[in-house]
Design a binder for this molecule. Structure first.
Ligand SMILES: Cc1ncc(COP(=O)(O)O)c(C=O)c1O
Length: 404
């Protein structure tokens, strides 16, 4: 079958490949511990569900305006004012089916063939493929566990040129949980200010899940940059609403209008009653978010303490999101490593580790190469403490055996 050439630009989602294999093993009756999924294990809070049910019952089941219903746009404007001290008008907001689709529309709206997009690595898995589909080329700033998986303002300055089109900022980050301090954001903003043609997209999807660090939006840090920054956020992670497919962007009205036009020729509006649920989420009691954040922080501490002293791991303590990203380059020195590589048939460090761990210890994690960092893997601790303890004990045993 002949298919479009653009498919050669992208890869099947490695996170989905891991979950497919994990599900196959589960179906065979195996006791799998899943650390693969990037979604909260909590149920969506009841008031949000009730708002959507009420919308359904009242017949709110038709097409809406492509860019979102007015009351949701107002709720987003109010949220950005309340949480981020940012001022937007309704025509600077677009609602889409998840942060992912909003990012897709953003890159389709601003990139021409060959345009350069700069992004620190490790990066969220979909940025690279979305940028490529939109004709762009990714230029990575490689960070390390030693630098807390963050790019400094100086490193960023070295990677941007006057022709760079977009910089992607994601703090707290998927897959590392790294978060920039307000001072770091201000220093980075000062660099961006020197490049007047640069657009900034700040993916704030984990904004509400931070642990002891203040999250400052780059558009808040610099009024000059606000005019060329697109803020992307969504309901999935903060309100446990992954399946509702609700995300949004705020930014310059020309870019938002272009995204609106693209969306009007693809998905049209986000689901009508999901939008009503989102209004309830954003306008309702924010204690529900804080309650989940507290649980995530406890799990972060537990998972970190259980992994901290494993031989061959270098571990960074994340300040946000719900991921841990051990660097495992040190494992290549373990006597059992070469044999593990042979058993799995894989060639990069993270893939050897992840495949071996799944096949031999029934624990699903995501190899670092999915995020542009081969010597690592990602654990999602958005699961119960019992599962965290069980899975991490298996990882400890698995690694212990490599050193025998
Ligand atoms: C960094 C980051 N951005 C965006 C998204 C998109 O989330 P959604 O499309 O569910 O809003 C995700 C989801 O995993 C993510 O981790």
């Amino acid at each position: 079958m002949q298919l479009a050439r653009r498919l050669d630009l992208i890869e099947p989602s490695p996170t989905l490949a891991i979950s497919t294999r994990a599900n196959e093993l589960k179906a065979e009756g195996k006791d799998i511990v899943g650390f693969g999924a990037g979604e909260p294990d909590f149920d969506t809070p009841d008031p949000i569900k009730e708002a959507a049910i009420a919308a359904l019952k009242s017949g709110f089941t038709k097409y809406t305006a492509v860019s979102g219903i007015p009351d949701l746009k107002q709720a987003i404007v109010a949220k950005l004012k309340r949480d981020n001290a940012l001022d937007y008008k309704a025509n600077q907001i677009i609602v889409g089916t998840g942060g992912k689709q909003v990012l897709y529309n953003f890159f389709m709206a601003v990139l021409n063939d060959g345009d350069e997009v700069v992004c620190p690595a490790p990066y969220w898995v979909s940025y690279k493929d979305i940028v490529r589909l939109a004709g762009g080329t990714m230029k990575l700033i490689h960070t390390s566990v030693e630098s807390g998986f963050k790019a400094t303002a100086q490193e960023i300055a070295k990677h941007i040129t006057p022709t760079t089109r977009v910089f992607i900022l994601n703090s707290p980050s998927n897959p590392t949980g790294a978060a920039y301090t307000p001072d770091e954001i201000r220093a980075i903003a000062a660099v961006f200010e020197k490049f007047p043609n640069l657009l900034i997209v700040t993916d704030d999807i984990y904004e509400k899940l931070s642990y002891g660090i203040e999250i400052l939006n780059i558009a808040t840090a610099s009024a000059k940059l606000a005019a060329r920054t697109v803020v992307v956020n969504g309901l999935s992670k903060a309100y446990a609403m992954t399946g509702w497919r609700l995300g949004y962007a705020a930014g310059p009205k020309e870019i938002i209008a272009a995204m609106d036009m693209l969306q009007g020729q693809s998905t049209s509006n986000a689901t009508s009653f999901s939008q009503k649920g989102a209004v309830a989420a954003l306008n309702g009691d924010q204690q529900v978010v804080e309650q989940m954040r507290v649980v995530f922080e406890k799990r972060r501490d537990l998972a970190y303490s259980l992994l901290a002293d494993i031989k061959g791991f270098k571990l960074f303590k994340p300040q946000g999101a719900f991921y841990l990203f051990p660097d495992i380059a040190g494992l290549k020195a373990a006597p059992g490593w070469a044999d593990l590589a042979k058993r799995t048939g894989e060639s990069d460090t993270g893939k050897i580790f992840s495949a071996g761990l799944l096949n031999e210890k029934l624990v699903a994690v995501v190899p670092g190469s999915a995020f542009g960092y081969e010597n690592g893997f990602r654990i999602s601790y958005a699961t119960s403490e019992a599962q965290i303890e069980k899975g991490l004990a298996r990882i400890r045993e698995f690694v212990g055996a490599l050193w025998l």
